[in-house]
Ligand binder design. Structure first.
Ligand SMILES: [Zn+2]
Length: 241
């Protein structure tokens, strides 16, 4: 039986798709622990990545948002009292800009920029008549050990590349059932529309329903094969809407 005291990294997923992917990347899966706090409502997967014992938890079905994430994190800390690092890993929307050409499948790592700590609470602030929305919600900076690890990893990637695509492909080969839902979709489906284009109502497939006339599309520069997936570092916006 796994002892909760042996786990120092807590990983929270918001939705099932993320939970499945997280579990698939564990090098080892450990037996569930029976020694959990009686008031703990979480569902856990325990395991190991490299040398690190990891506990993964998921938000309740059909419940997202920062309040829900906070209560899952609190329950986790009640049962796994030695957790030193908490990670929120999941799917997000990327807004490409002139400086950050974010595409489908890219990875964004939260990092402090311009004196602002890694995560902006995008909808937290003050609205006053005739003035712009004043935003003042920022999460505390991650611990030094994480911030130095980011630089260490990034420098390693600069020399050797990140091999993310190889790792994902290896997982898909090992778990063929994941292929359909988790493999990288055809590049042709990554279409970027101008932000003022009005999409067809109820469209779940823009390619079929909204068209791909060049006048409504924003051109994206071609990427070389070597950097199919790009890792971006900077501020992440988090909000409930
Ligand atoms: Zn559309």
């Amino acid at each position: 039986m796994s002892d909760p005291q042996n786990y120092q990294v807590g990983w929270i997923c918001a939705i099932e798709t993320e939970y499945v992917a997280a579990k698939a990347f564990l090098d080892e899966i450990h037996k569930a622990s029976e020694y959990l706090s009686p008031s703990d409502n979480n569902d856990y997967t325990l395991g190991k990545v490299g040398n690190h014992n990891i506990v993964i938890a998921i938000l309740p079905d059909d419940e997202y948002g920062t309040t829900s994430a906070a209560s899952v994190a609190r329950d986790m800390l009640h049962s796994f009292t030695n957790i030193r690092v908490g990670l929120m890993v999941g799917i997000a929307g990327g807004a490409p800009s002139a400086t950050h050409g974010i595409r489908l499948g890219d990875v964004v790592v939260s990092a402090a920029r311009d004196g602002k700590d890694g995560v902006v609470q995008f909808d937290f602030g003050k609205r006053v008549q005739c003035r712009e929305f004043q935003r003042f919600g920022f999460l505390n900076q991650p611990s030094t050990v994480l911030r130095t690890a980011v630089v260490g990893l990034r420098s390693q990637h600069t020399v050797h590349g990140h091999q993310l695509d190889e790792s994902v492909n290896a997982i898909l080969q090992k778990n063929p059932r994941l292929q359909e839902k988790f493999a990288r979709p055809d590049k042709k489906t990554d279409i970027l529309y101008h932000s003022d284009f009005l999409h067809a109502q109820g469209a779940d497939n823009c390619g079929n329903m909204c068209g791909n006339d060049p006048s409504i599309l924003k051109l994206q520069s071609k990427r070389s094969k070597d950097d199919d997936t790009v890792i971006h570092y900077g501020l992440i916006a988090s909000s409930n809407h």
